[in-house]
Design a protein around this ligand. Structure first.
Ligand SMILES: *Cc1c(COP(=O)(O)O)cnc(C)c1O
Length: 376
């Protein structure tokens, strides 16, 4: 029987567990034996360790990344009648957080090179109702925070980072999570710092915000059965906190492995006509959550790679403004042409701490044969 030598899934979810199996299994048994399963010491320890990692004062563990963003907006009192500036080019969760708070997401086009929100287009989207700017560090690359903060200062707006894809990314030497007024993180299993289930956190230097989010995540109460606010139930699970404490110790090393794969791709795929590679601006330290390329023949390329057992994904095939979920906003095709062009041409290829160099090399060889076939 002939077995294919290489089979490269887009995302390898199991290898992270296998590498850390002994420690993760021990943590599981420790929590099970403790008899304590909601909030408490384990969650507090993770909060302390993750805020220290980000260089920020406070971390509040919550249920997932969407709720992290939602609770920040609620805690700042942003709601009906308010507007929040969001990237047009993002995962829909960024917009949904604003909608759940009752406010209106106001999309702004990305910079064509970085694919992150274009600071030069933010100012014209500011109105009297604008309360905050919600930049996303898309694909693990920090947004242009310095000009964004300058605009926010000028108009008295909050800057809330959607750092769901950016654990360990830096901008101008500072960590994602410590670049605005507050940040929402996701620890969905596929993220750079991934739990083994859903999890998220709010990171901030703002003590008042941290205490408010702490109340909101737990029924609006800090003393059992004394409810100061109409809160939610969105707590970081104890077991996930225990797993995350272990995985946090490996985050820098695993991000370095991602960067090595990215460097391999950037060198191996350069100078292919018609292929646009990711661009990282100076002063930005990319966490390489996603490695995306762009080309006109995206669908054919995806099929070609699929036939050669290479998994790919599109981030994202339908921009939020054209999704069914936002039909009430009456956007039409052509409203955000740069975003739409990205959605039609982008393709994400495998990257992760457990991808082998020979797998990356195999992908590069296949890319070259696809583009040679086009030229022939
Ligand atoms: C993953 C993600 C989220 C949401 O995180 P969940 O934990 O899945 O709720 C939000 N924004 C972006 C950009 C994401 O990639």
């Amino acid at each position: 029987m002939h077995k294919p030598i290489l089979d490269v899934p887009f995302l390898d979810m199991k290898s992270p567990y296998v590498e850390l199996r002994e420690q993760l299994d021990a943590a599981y048994h420790r929590i099970m034996e403790s008899g304590w399963y909601v909030l408490g010491e384990e969650v507090e320890s993770f909060e302390e360790e993750f805020s220290r990692y980000c260089g920020a004062k406070y971390c509040v563990g919550v249920g997932n990344g969407l709720e992290a963003l939602h609770l920040i907006l609620r805690a700042y009192g942003i709601g009906p009648g308010d507007e929040v500036i969001v990237p047009a080019n993002t995962y829909i969760a960024t917009w949904l957080a604003v909608s759940y708070a009752g406010a209106k997401p106001v999309p702004v086009e990305p910079d064509e090179q970085t694919c992150n929100i274009n600071p030069e287009q933010i100012e014209s989207a500011v109105t009297e109702r604008t309360r905050a700017i919600l930049p996303v560090h898309l694909y693990g690359q920090a947004a242009a925070m310095l000009p964004i903060k300058a605009i926010a200062n000028k108009y008295g707006l909050r800057v809330i980072e959607d750092a769901a894809q950016a654990q360990g990314a830096r901008c101008d030497g500072k960590m994602a999570g410590n670049l605005g007024d507050a940040a929402g993180f996701s620890f969905y299993p596929g993220k750079n710092l991934g739990a083994l289930g859903d999890a998220g956190a709010v990171v901030t230097n703002d003590e008042a915000l941290a205490s408010r989010v702490r109340l909101l995540r737990n029924y609006g109460s800090s003393i059992k059965y004394h409810n100061e606010l109409k809160g939610y139930n969105s707590r970081l699970d104890v077991l996930q906190a225990a797993f995350l404490r272990i995985k946090l110790r490996y985050l820098d090393e695993w991000n370095a492995r991602r960067a090595k794969i990215a460097a391999r791709y950037l060198a191996g795929l350069k100078n292919i006509r018609g292929l646009v590679l990711p661009y990282t601006p100076p002063l930005v330290d990319n966490a390489w959550h996603i490695f995306h390329v762009r080309c006109e023949q995206r669908n054919e390329l995806q099929q070609f790679l699929h036939d050669r057992r290479i998994g790919t994904l599109i981030h994202y095939p339908i921009p939020p403004h054209l999704s069914q979920a936002y039909r009430e906003m009456n956007f039409v095709e052509g409203d955000f042409p740069i975003t739409e062009k990205i959605s039609q041409t982008t393709l994400s290829i495998p990257i992760g701490p457990h991808l082998q160099q020979d797998q990356a090399n195999y992908i590069i060889v296949r890319f070259k044969s696809f583009f040679e076939g086009l030229a022939a």
